[in-house]
Design a protein around this ligand. Structure first.
Ligand code: NAD
Length: 520
């Protein structure tokens, strides 16, 4: 396979040339991972959680070097390397090192059926085995790292494929794990493109944690279905922000600015559609344009800048097509729409117009510094417009009326709604992250996310040791046994009087059943 040339997307400087992992080595990688995982699964939860604390220490010790690498390989401003990748990773490690021993311990289940009072149940969580983590380039550290941390603390091994656009950060994650004392072969990195990802799936990982585009997500699910491998899919979005009539214009435009152009618009949860109340639409656009034009966009991510260039050259073809169609169809460009820095970056672009809702720029994921704006009259129209999308990742409401905000939030068909905030909750480890519709399924982060990394075994047992007898429903079926179960239905009646009236007959049949029982 051809060498991967890793370049700084801003300067074009070659950072390193890497040979992809030969595909015929992937079976051996899985074999080593399976052996390492078998040992790791026997390590106590508390010790595994302590390893996350060591990992956190390693990251903090090397935070400047890591920010420099993230910024030069991905092209994002150094500040965003800190705030969008490294700080949330440290937060995740803090949370899961504390929570995992509590969330993953055995959990009792209360059984209320009166004829089962002598039995009890609990849930026992155990590792999945060797899982695959396949990642994109936009949050090249946070996304795989969070999944690797959750996988490890839950007792799994990971075969990890970073994006071919950001493989150096991928290799760095493995190095950090080794430095933190994670046992060898527990985290192994495969370098390569989609072919390497497909070869990983051929090795039947216990589960696939995929983050990337809808198109690739569908291919992964299809490949996984051949062996019924479970998948967790975190895919694209076309997130809507609803701005109500009573919203503070200064606050709303600042929120929309960061939601649309943070990480240079390369966020699955970017605000790509703005749905603004018609009574404030024009002043909103005026202020939004003024602020968008004040954003500093420099090619050098190490400098003082708000946006930088497109990380992945191919993504520009998508912006280009969306912008071109919008122009051809007469959309109104409030600002932007042109490329800068030898076409390395698209200027922050705000587009609107009568027919905006019919255009790709409004309906399809752009994944760049572009936002399409439309108007609404009533809250129900805003909800209908926001939900009219094949995606369902995040939504946001900017409003002066918190109860209206919540009313709207509860009608949005998405995984997360932020009220008077936007986009950032992937940085909160306590909260679940994930979408619905074509934005995928499964949840990351939070206790719910951790549960994606374990099998759940239900164990059902006698409540009291030594108290074992044949259950009421075993063979042979007798008339008194039948009558006992028939009378049992009456004990479920809503009225206490009816229950009490049924009780003597139930007990009488039950006693006869016990007296005459000759069970096999
Ligand atoms: P992509 O789908 O092109 O690639 C993602 C990963 O899949 C890469 O590592 C790639 O090499 C690998 N891959 C490609 N073909 C494969 C195949 N056939 N089998 C296995 N692996 C394969 O996506 P991208 O361009 O890297 O990332 C951008 C996309 O990711 C956007 O759509 C964005 O919305 C989405 N994203 C979603 C989230 C989320 O949390 N929902 C987060 C970040 C990015």
């Amino acid at each position: 396979m051809e060498t991967i040339v890793v370049r700084n997307p801003a300067t074009g400087e070659t950072l390193r040339e890497l040979a992809p992992t030969p595909l015929d080595q992937i079976p051996a990688i899985f074999e080593r991972a399976r052996a390492a995982q078998a040992k790791w699964a026997t390590v106590s939860l508390r010790k595994r959680a302590n390893r996350l604390k060591d990992l956190r220490e390693v990251i903090i010790n090397r935070v400047d070097e890591l920010a420099e690498l993230i910024s030069s390989e991905n092209g994002k401003p150094r500040f965003e390397a800190f705030t969008n990748d490294l700080l949330p990773s440290v937060e995740l490690l803090t949370y899961f090192s504390r929570r995992a021993p509590k969330v993953l311990r055995d959990r009792n289940i209360r059984i209320t059926n009166p004829i089962l009072l002598y039995r009890t149940s609990y849930l026992n969580h155990w590792p999945l085995g060797v899982v695959a983590v396949i990642s994109p380039w936009n949050f090249p550290f946070l996304l795989p790292f969070g999944e690797i941390a959750m996988a490890l603390v839950a007792g799994n091994a990971v075969v990890f494929k970073p994006s071919e656009v950001t493989p150096l950060i991928g290799l760095k994650i493995q190095e950090l794990c080794e430095e933190a004392g994670v046992p060898p072969d527990l985290v192994q990195t495969v370098i390569g493109d989609g072919r390497a990802g497909a070869a990983i799936i051929d090795q039947k990982p216990a589960k696939i944690f995929f983050t990337g585009s809808v198109g690739t997500g569908k291919k992964i699910m299809e490949a996984a279905s051949k062996n019924l491998i479970p998948v967790c899919l975190e895919l694209g979005g076309k997130d809507a922000m609803i701005v109500t009539a009573d919203a503070d214009l200064d606050y709303a435009t600042s929120a929309a600015l960061w939601g649309s152009f943070g990480n240079s618009g390369q966020v699955c949860a970017s605000t790509e559609r703005l749905i603004v109340h018609e009574s404030i639409a024009e002043p909103f656009l005026e202020k939004f344009k003024e602020k968008a034009e004040k954003l500093r966009q420099m090619p050098d991510p190490a400098g003082e800048t708000d946006l930088t260039v497109a990380t992945f050259d191919k993504q520009k073809a998508i912006y280009d097509a969306h912008v071109k169609q919008a122009r051809d169809k007469g959309a109104r460009f409030v600002t932007g729409g042109e490329f800068a820095f030898e076409r390395k970056a698209l200027k922050p672009t705000v587009v609107t117009g009568q027919n905006i809702e019919a255009l790709d720029i409004y309906n399809e994921e752009t994944f760049g510094p572009v936002v399409a704006v439309t108007k609404f009259r009533s809250a129900s129209e805003a909800v209908e417009k926001a939900n009219r999308s094949r995606y369902g990742l995040l939504g946001s409401v900017i409003t002066g009326n918190p109860s209206l905000g919540e009313e709207i939030a509860k009608q949005l068909e998405v995984g997360t709604v932020t009220i008077n905030e936007v986009m950032y909750t992937a940085g909160i480890p306590e909260t679940p992250w994930g979408g619905l519709k074509e934005s995928g399924f499964g949840r990351k982060h939070s206790d719910m996310g951790l549960m994606e990394f374990v099998n759940v075994r239900h164990i059902h047992k006698p409540r009291f040791n030594g108290f074992v007898f044949k259950s009421w429903w075993w063979f042979p079926y007798t008339p008194y046994q039948y009558a006992t179960f028939r009378r049992l239905f009456d004990l479920y009646r809503r009225s206490w009087f009816a229950k009490l009236r049924a009780l003597p007959l139930f007990l009488w049949n039950f006693v006869q059943f016990i007296k005459t029982e000759k069970r096999l």
